[in-house]
Ligand binder design. Structure first.
Ligand code: MLC
Ligand code: AMP
Length: 506
């Protein structure tokens, strides 16, 4: 019987890549694929020594590092479920993820160890380790003493490989259960349709706690046995200087607008790049056009989400049309549906639904939520408004879900509103996203003050910063006498959005 463990597929490619460079950290020493394999085996043995079993969750909140990649691969290899968390999440946010996922191991940076140990004890979960570069008790230390031989755990296609939390329009965050087959099928499809070839070098500047940087970028490069230029975070100047050493770059639209803001950015800097990919948020058509004028390269825009990996992509060879997200990936089918589930025709606007081996297996311990998001015939309801041309080309035109995407990170207004409503002095709140030149959308809060209370913008922002990840905290807060409401009493967010539409752009 074959092994559906994604790592088993990757391991074949690693073996074929031999002594070629896998990672070139900047700064740092290169790591070969042979060394990567040995290290992953050591980490897998270390996880087992810690009592982690196949199917257990390993919760990870650490800064981007090579050790972080080893931990991701080792978790796959020994059959456990990798649960990455945004490093911007506050202790209060992480507490919920741990209480819900019930991991058997939590790995964090040294600065967070006390808080996380306390949480782990409260929720009765397993051990907590730090991921510092070295030192007694760190996972790295534990791995160093282990054997470099480890047999990859047998996994079925539907076994879980990842648990990625995504917020919702109402209530609590949901853990999207991602299977080995979801990841393998998506990575193989992207590797093929984006024409990965021998000698490709990926410039990696994305965070690795989300689908884009973790699965899309890393898994495709791994399948190719490619060298990965490894940057701690996106810094436009640094990326500009390293582009001539790479052939592929993937990023959110903010990466591209920040590069375009540099005078020195142009065709010369991009001379070796055969593919620029953008996704996670809509890219303005004007950015596509300016990018092509400046560099001669046309960005390839694709569309996806946590629950589905990549769903559509503009073609590698055919027309990459600005403002569209291209065609369904091989083996994936998409359709546009009305509110009642009726299938709409070419050009009609409705919610995009998708089906295929990329679609997740449901929300962790939330069968009712899962059932709500699927049609009886197995299509997943994405919540994105779209239209499709007769030949299958898709354009995302908006969102049915009340979601703001800021610099590629999702912000659910409800979550921010709930925190605002708890602050002393605040009566009601409405959180909206408006055009932002750097982040695409900027988060703005409109609040009312309780009688006699003085609500100060700086204080509200300060108080929220203790409770919410920085990217969710409103960039501006405005105090109104009342919130505009319709006859049904529902807050008219469209009215607020039009009032503040030019806030960041003029
Ligand atoms: C940082 N800040 C943000 C922010 N990132 N605020 C709003 N939105 C963001 N995305 C805050 C900082 O904390 C800081 O606050 C201030 O804004 C300015 O920070 P900065 O120095 O300009 O930000 P920087 O650190 O450079 O980060 C910006 C960024 C980063 C764009 C490089 O956000 C990023 O890497 N985004 C990628 C997100 C991503 O990978 N998404 C994929 C999701 S997967 P202060 O107050 O301290 O100054 C997915 C599926 C799919 O969606 O289809 O791919
Ligand atoms: P996440 O839940 O973080 O995976 O975010 C997924 C959401 O990002 C999707 O539902 C879309 O709303 C949005 N998204 C991703 N790629 C694109 C794109 N190319 N154009 C428009 N929206 C996108």
């Amino acid at each position: 019987m074959g092994n559906a463990n994604l790592y088993s597929l990757l391991e074949e490619r690693f073996e074929a890549a031999g002594d070629r460079v896998a990672f070139r950290p900047v700064p740092g020493d290169p790591v070969s694929y042979a060394d990567l394999r040995a290290e992953v085996a050591r980490y897998a043995n270390a996880l087992e020594t810690e009592g982690v079993k196949p199917g257990d969750r390993v919760t990870v909140q650490v800064e981007k590092s090579l050790e972080n990649v080893l931990l991701y691969l080792a978790t796959l290899k020994m059959g456990a479920v990798y649960q990455p968390l945004n490093t911007a999440y506050t202790a209060a946010e992480v507490d919920y993820f741990i209480s819900d996922a019930k991991p058997s191991l939590v790995v964090c940076d040294p600065a967070r160890i006390e808080a996380l140990q306390h949480m782990a004890a409260t929720h009765g979960v397993g051990s907590v380790h730090t991921m510092a570069p070295s030192g007694a008790g760190t996972l790295k230390d534990l791995a160093e003493g282990q054997s470099a031989v480890h047999e990859t755990a047998q996994r079925a296609p539907d076994d879980l490989a990842g648990l990625l939390y995504t917020s919702g329009t109402t209530g609590r965050s949901k853990g999207a259960m991602i299977t080995h087959d979801n990841l393998s099928s998506n990575a193989l499809a992207l590797h093929r349709i984006w024409h990965f070839e021998p000698g490709d070098v990926l410039l990696h500047a994305l965070p690795i706690f989300h689908v884009h940087g973790l699965y899309v970028a890393l898994n495709t490069a791994f399948l190719n046995g490619s060298e990965i230029i490894w940057l701690q975070k996106f810094d436009a100047g640094q990326v500009l200087s390293l582009l001539p050493e790479a052939t592929v770059m993937m990023g959110v639209p903010t990466f591209y607008t920040r590069l375009l803001a540099l005078e020195a950015f142009g065709a010369e800097a991009c001379r070796t790049i055969r593919l620029f990919v953008s996704g996670s948020a809509p890219m303005l058509a004007e950015t596509h056009v300016e990018f092509e004028e400046r560099t001669g390269s046309r960005i390839l825009e694709r569309y996806g989400m946590t629950e589905a990996g990549m769903i559509t992509s503009n073609p590698y060879d055919g027309e990459r049309r600005a403002g569209t997200v291209g065609y369904a990936l091989p083996d994936v089918t998409v359709r546009i549906a009305g509110d009642d589930g009726s299938i709409l025709g070419p050009g009609e606007i409705g919610v995009l639904e998708a089906k295929g081996p990329n679609i997740f297996s449901g929300y962790w311990q939330m069968p009712e939520k899962t059932a709500e998001e699927f049609r009886p015939d197995g299509y997943f309801i994405t919540g994105d408004m779209a239209q499709m041309e007769a030949d299958g080309r898709v354009t995302i035109v908006g969102r049915a879900k009340d979601l703001i995407i800021s610099g590629g990170f999702n912000v659910y207004p409800k979550e921010v509103e709930s925190e605002l409503d708890e602050l002393a002095g605040i009566g009601e709140s409405a959180v909206i996203g408006v055009p932002h030149p750097d982040f695409g959308e900027g988060v703005v809060a409109i609040v009312t003050a309780n009688e006699g209370a003085g609500v100060q913008e700086a204080e509200v922002i300060g108080a929220l910063s203790d409770r919410l990840a920085k990217f969710k905290v409103p960039k501006r807060v405005f105090v109104h006498d009342n919130l505009p409401r319709n006859a049904m009493g529902k807050v008219q967010k469209a009215e607020l959005r039009s009032q503040y539409n030019a806030l960041f752009t003029t």
